[in-house]
Design a protein around this ligand. Structure first.
Ligand code: 6PG
Length: 248
């Protein structure tokens, strides 16, 4: 695991964009495809807009990149809270990514379990999995909440213990809502996992997660430990303010 501290969120996004392009180019040259699971929330918005900007847009092979979502809220795809909508507005529409290259959680299905089962089926089919194998993403982007959650793996929730399914519905008591999330076996099977964490409000939790005792039930972000992949924490100065080990 490496922690890189940036002077600003802007510099963090620039670095993340460069690595995104690099990982994507290698995946496309080696396999003809680049699979990435996007993070939701607000932090990655700048990165997505940057990837769609003049500086990077031509470096992304639209036909060969396949976008998935690490998690999704239990809202329609056009809802202001939708992670899919955020990515559509800041990345997909601007880059003109073909719809066939985007795999969103179908939150419009009849119930939460159907949405999760449908996504698991999508992963099985698009990664051509067999016998309970887990998809191996080239890159998974994650954020971290001030409570230590990541994706929609919230503290003390059932999904933390899921070690067979790839995609589940997870009841989050704290927010009194169903959420949809990839599970740890999928996240920890990725070739590259980047956390993007910025802002003063994350400083306390980031210190606990990176330098405190191991308690992944209370701090699910600690459960991210790729078994055969690179884990990179990209954090800005404000979020890193209390860290002993990593300085800008
Ligand atoms: C979501 C995310 C979630 C997010 C963190 C951090 O659906 O909200 O996937 O895990 O990454 O809550 O969110 P911010 O980037 O908004 O601080």
């Amino acid at each position: 695991m490496r922690v890189k501290v940036f002077q600003s969120a802007g510099q963090l996004s620039e670095f993340a964009a460069e690595r995104f392009i690099e990982i994507g180019a290698r995946a496309v040259s080696e396999k003809g495809a680049f699979s990435v699971a996007l993070a939701g929330g607000s932090t990655p918005k700048d990165l997505y807009s940057l990837l769609a900007s003049e500086k990077y847009r031509e470096k992304i092979s639209r036909e060969s990149v396949f976008f998935y979502f690490g998690d999704e809220r239990n809202v329609p795809p056009d809802d202001a809270e939708s992670n899919y909508r955020m990515a559509k507005e800041n990345l997909f529409d601007l880059l003109e990514i073909p719809v066939r290259n985007i795999f969103r959680w179908k939150t419009e299905l009849k119930d939460e379990k159907s949405t999760a089962a449908d996504y698991a089926k999508t992963l099985e089919e698009t990664f051509d999995l067999s016998g309970g194998a887990f998809p191996r993403f080239d890159l998974i982007l994650l954020g971290m909440g001030a409570d230590g959650h990541t994706a929609s793996l919230f503290p003390f929730t059932a999904a933390l213990a899921e070690n067979e399914k790839t995609a589940v519905a997870n009841w989050a008591e704290k927010i009194n809502a169903w959420r949809f999330t990839l599970t740890f076996p999928v996240i920890n099977n990725a070739s590259n996992v980047f956390f993007l964490v910025t802002g003063e409000d994350k400083a306390e939790t980031l210190k606990e997660v990176l330098e405190g005792g191991r308690d992944p039930q209370r701090l699910p972000a600690q459960g991210v430990k790729p078994s055969n992949g690179e884990l990179l924490w990209l954090v800005d100065r404000a979020a890193a303010r209390l860290l002993e080990t990593a300085k800008p």
